[in-house]
Design a protein. Structure first.
Length: 336
């Protein structure tokens, strides 16, 4: 009985030793395998396994993409064009879109990584007007900004009357239908211009090198309400005097209108349209591309006029603006 118990104890001790030896062997194999793998790792690979603290700090300190949105002129007046610019501070601006006063903005690249677009402040709309800008950076980050552009009163002369005048009297129905149809055709040209790629560059020229006989925006006020405005710029001239294209563009419309007489509408692209009314001659055809300073027609007295002159219209989309603001768009921009 005693001998049998001793044998069992010896057997258990032997198994324990075997298990311990097996565990030691397994641990040794693991260590040797790890050493073998380590020996095959180059110093460069070993450094890459754990980033240096300086690398971590540099990644954390990397600046975010940013840009400054600004506009020119610094004080935007109702009834004028102005320029919106996006200037990168960090990163590169790849593209941008936007809207102002219900019209799309078309941002195009300029020197220094700047993107710029035209915008129009409607006449009789004053106070803060929202500017929306969507900026896409080359890093694939993007942002949307909503800014308020203060629009101030324009310097337009008003004639105040105490009673409403007979402004030409009512038109016969068939004439009024024609006037409405012609106005709708002109608006179609302006709306379609947003889909035309920009054809112009900065540096516009006036359509006539002569005095202005009636400026844009002047109107009559009856009982403190503006009843009518002169929505164009009149240049003096004798019948047959040349009329010039202010910038490169495509001839979108040539016709004879009831009020405007012989007219030409140029689509310059990116929403910009110019029109020329009361012409004696139209020297271009629809679809033709004209260049800056090219003679497109001649001063006349067609349509409803009191004498020969050029009535010049400038529109951005469907917003009619002072053409003189188009001729002065090269000033530095104001930061938002």
């Amino acid at each position: 009985m005693t001998e049998s118990l001793a044998l069992r104890k010896a057997a258990r001790s032997g198994r324990t030793v075997a298990i311990v030896l097996a565990l030691i062997l397994i641990a040794l194999i693991v260590v040797l395998t790890a050493i073998g793998i380590r020996s095959r790792i180059s110093p460069e690979m070993e450094v890459g396994l754990v980033p240096e603290a300086s690398e971590v700090l540099a990644a954390v300190a990397e600046p975010l993409d940013s840009a400054v949105v600004s506009w020119t002129p610094t004080e935007v007046a109702e009834g004028t064009l102005f320029r919106v610019a996006i200037t990168p501070e960090t990163g590169t601006v790849a593209s941008a879109e936007g809207a102002f006063a219900g019209e799309s903005l078309h941002f195009r690249p300029e020197d220094g990584g700047i993107l710029a677009a035209l915008a129009a402040a409607p006449i009789d709309e004053r106070g803060d007007v929202e500017l929306r800008v969507e900026i896409q950076y080359e890093s694939a980050t993007a942002e949307i900004r909503f800014l308020q552009v203060p629009v101030v009163a324009g310097d337009y002369r008003m004639e105040r009357l105490s009673v409403a005048p007979e402004f030409g009297g009512p038109q016969p129905p068939e004439i009024q239908r024609r006037i409405n149809d012609e106005f709708a055709r002109a608006m179609q040209v302006s709306q379609a211009s947003h889909a035309t790629p920009r054809m112009w560059t900065r540096g516009f020229v006036p359509p006539r090198q002569t005095r202005i006989t009636s400026g844009f925006g002047h109107g009559r006020v009856f009982n403190d309400e503006v009843q009518s405005r002169h929505m164009g710029t009149d240049f003096g001239g004798t019948v047959g005097a040349p009329v010039l294209a202010p910038a490169r563009g495509r001839v979108a419309l040539v016709d004879a209108f009831y009020l405007g007489g012989n007219v030409i509408y140029l689509d310059h692209g990116d929403g910009l349209v110019t029109a020329y009314l009361h012409l004696s001659e139209q020297q271009v055809t629809e679809g033709e591309v004209v260049e800056t300073g090219q003679v497109i027609g001649r001063v006349g007295a067609t349509g409803r006029v009191t004498g020969p002159h050029l009535h010049w219209i400038v529109r951005y989309g469907v917003i009619t603006v002072d053409g003189m603001s188009l001729l002065s768009l090269d000033s530095p921009a104001a930061p938002a």
